[in-house]
Design a protein around this ligand. Structure first.
Ligand SMILES: [Zn+2]
Length: 481
C-alpha cells in the first residue's frame, strides 16, 4: 500500500486504488480478482443496501434466496444468455471427491434457476405478478479486475419478476429504473442519466435493457444499475406458463434488474478528492466525528465534559463517533477522518468551551472556508441542516462537473475530441455497424439513449454524427469503466 494518496491529476487510476485501500474500504486477496470488503467499506455497502431495499419493499417486492450453484444445462437453455455468459463462467465439476454427473455453474446471474422455479410456482393468472428480489454474490471470471469496479466475485441484488402481460412487465422495468435513479440522486448524490441500452450493449437474453449512467471524476462513464425487460425469452426457455382468465395457456413476461458493489466504486470516483474519500451523509457509515482538543490536563477535563454533552445531544439523530484516543494528535485524526470521508467534523477545544460553542468542519469544503463556529444551543438542528447541505452540495457539484464535460459536437472531428474529454450527446442512426466503427475509432460506446430526449429542432431532419444517416434519437457516447 502507498503511504500517500497519488493526486488525481498525476494518475487517476492510482488515485482510485490508493483511496480504496487507504480509506480502508477493501483489500486484495490471495485469490486473483477477488477482494475483501473491509468493515468501513462493508458499512458503506450496508447503507447502499438499506436505501435500495427500502425502496424495493415500498414498490411491492419481497426478498428470497436462490442457490449459488446452477445446473450448466440451465444456462444453455436461452441461446443469447449462454453466448453472453459462457466466457465468464466458473464451473464446478467435482463435488465430495467425485466427478459430478452434471457440471454446476457458480451463478453469474440467476435468471435461469429462478425461471426454473417460477415455472413450478406459477400456474394461474392468480399467481401473478411474482415480485422477488435477492441479495447475493455472483461470480464472473474477469481477466482485468479493479477493486469494487470489476471483481471476479461481487455482491449485488437481482430482482426477478413475472407478469401476466407485456405492458405490466414493461411498466415494472421502468419502475425499477426510476427506483435506481431515485436512489442514486437522493442517497448517493450521484447525477445519473437514465436511458435505454443499444442493441449491442444490452443484457444477454433481454428484449430491452435500461441503465443509469454516471460520469466519474475522470470524465469516463460508469454503468451504475440496469433494468431489463426480458419479454417471453426466459418464459419460453423455462416453460413459465399460466392459465389466463379465459382458461388459455400463456407464457409469462419477465424482468430482471440489478445494482452491485460497483456503486461503492462510483461513490468513491464521483465525490472523492486528493485527500481521500468524500461520502454523501446519507451513505456515510460515520456522519459526524467529534475530535476533542486540549494540551493540558485541565483543558482536557473541561473539553471532555462538553464532548459528553455533544455526544448525548447528537447520538440518537446521527451516526456519530467520538475520537478521544489519546495516542494520536488532533491533526493526525483530522487527516484520518478526512481520508475516510466523514462528512462533518466537530472540533471542541478550550476556547470553544469558554465560549459555549463548537467548531464544525465540512469535509467537502477544505480548509478555513469549510469551518464555522456554532453555539452549543441548537447544535442538533445545525448539524442536521449542515448534513443536508453537504448532501445537496455534493449532488450539485457532481451535476455541474458533468454539465461542464458534456458536449454537443457539430461534426465527427469534434465528436472524437469530445469523447476524449467527456460525454458526447449526439444524434445517432441506431445502426450496430456504425456503433462498432465509432468504438474502433474512439474507444467510446453508446452509454445510453436517454429517456429524456430534447425535442428535435424544427430545422429539418437530424443526421447521425458518424455516418450521416437519418437519426431519430440522440445518444450519450463516452469511454466507460
Ligand atoms: Zn450512424
Amino acid at each position: 500500500m502507498a503511504d500517500r494518496i497519488t493526486p488525481r491529476s498525476e494518475d487517476y487510476s492510482r488515485w482510485y486504488t490508493d483511496v480504496v485501500q487507504m480509506a480502508d474500504l477493501a483489500d486484495y486477496t490471495p485469490v486473483k480478482g477477488c477482494m475483501v470488503i473491509k468493515p468501513h467499506g462493508y458499512a458503506l455497502w450496508e447503507n447502499v443496501k438499506e436505501g435500495l431495499d427500502r425502496r424495493f419493499k415500498a414498490t411491492g417486492h419481497v426478498n428470497a434466496y436462490f442457490p449459488l450453484f446452477i445446473p450448466l444445462s440451465f444456462i444453455q437453455k436461452e441461446a443469447q444468455h449462454v453466448e453472453g455468459f459462457s466466457p465468464e463462467l466458473a464451473i464446478v465439476t467435482i463435488g465430495g471427491g467425485k466427478e459430478l454427473e452434471e457440471p454446476l455453474a457458480v451463478r453469474p446471474t440467476s435468471e435461469t434457476i429462478i425461471g426454473h422455479m417460477y415455472a413450478k410456482w406459477i400456474q394461474s393468472y392468480r399467481d401473478l405478478p411474482v415480485l422477488i428480489n435477492q441479495w447475493a454474490n455472483v461470480v464472473r471470471w474477469e481477466m482485468r479486475t479493479r477493486l469494487f469496479l470489476r471483481t471476479t466475485e461481487f455482491l449485488w441484488q437481482e430482482g426477478h419478476t413475472a407478469h401476466a402481460t407485456q405492458e405490466e412487465a414493461e411498466e415494472e422495468t421502468l419502475r425499477m429504473l426510476d427506483v435506481y435513479t431515485d436512489f442514486a440522486v437522493e442517497d448517493a448524490a450521484i447525477p445519473v442519466i437514465p436511458g435505454r441500452k443499444s442493441e449491442s450493449e444490452k443484457f444477454a437474453g433481454a428484449v430491452t435493457s435500461y441503465t443509469i449512467e454516471a460520469m466519474m471524476g475522470d470524465c469516463r462513464a460508469l454503468q451504475a444499475g440496469t433494468s431489463h425487460f426480458l419479454g417471453q425469452n426466459f418464459a419460453q426457455a423455462f416453460e413459465i406458463k399460466f392459465l389466463d382468465q379465459n382458461n388459455e395457456q400463456q407464457y409469462a413476461w419477465t424482468t430482471s434488474w440489478g445494482v452491485s458493489t460497483r456503486m461503492v466504486g462510483a461513490v468513491v470516483m464521483v465525490h472523492g478528492d486528493d485527500q481521500g474519500l468524500v461520502l454523501p451523509p446519507k451513505l456515510a457509515p460515520i456522519q459526524v466525528v467529534v475530535v476533542p482538543i486540549g494540551k493540558t490536563e485541565e483543558d482536557r477535563v473541561k473539553v471532555a465534559e462538553v464532548v459528553a454533552r455533544v455526544e448525548a445531544m447528537l447520538q440518537d439523530d446521527v451516526r456519530l463517533r467520538v475520537d478521544d484516543r489519546e495516542e494520536y494528535s488532533p491533526g493526525w485524526k483530522f487527516n484520518e477522518w478526512e481520508m475516510r470521508g466523514v462528512p462533518l467534523r466537530i472540533e471542541i477545544g478550550p476556547r470553544d468551551v469558554k465560549q459555549g460553542q463548537v467548531t464544525l468542519a465540512r469535509r467537502d469544503v477544505p480548509g478555513r472556508e469549510g469551518k464555522r463556529s456554532v453555539p452549543l444551543d441548537g447544535l442538533c438542528e445545525k448539524t442536521a441542516e449542515m448534513l443536508a447541505t453537504i448532501q445537496s452540495d455534493l449532488y450539485d457539484r457532481a451535476l455541474d462537473f458533468r454539465k461542464a464535460h458534456t458536449y454537443d459536437p457539430q461534426d465527427y472531428g469534434e465528436f472524437k475530441e469530445a469523447v476524449s474529454q467527456g460525454f458526447a450527446y449526439s444524434w445517432w442512426c441506431g445502426d450496430a455497424d456504425c456503433e462498432a466503427q465509432i468504438k474502433e475509432d474512439t474507444k467510446a460506446t453508446v452509454r445510453c439513449i436517454p429517456m429524456d430526449q430534447e425535442p428535435r429542432k424544427a430545422s429539418g431532419k437530424a443526421t447521425c454524427i458518424h455516418c450521416g444517416g437519418e437519426a431519430s434519437e440522440r445518444a450519450v457516447f463516452a469511454r466507460a469503466y
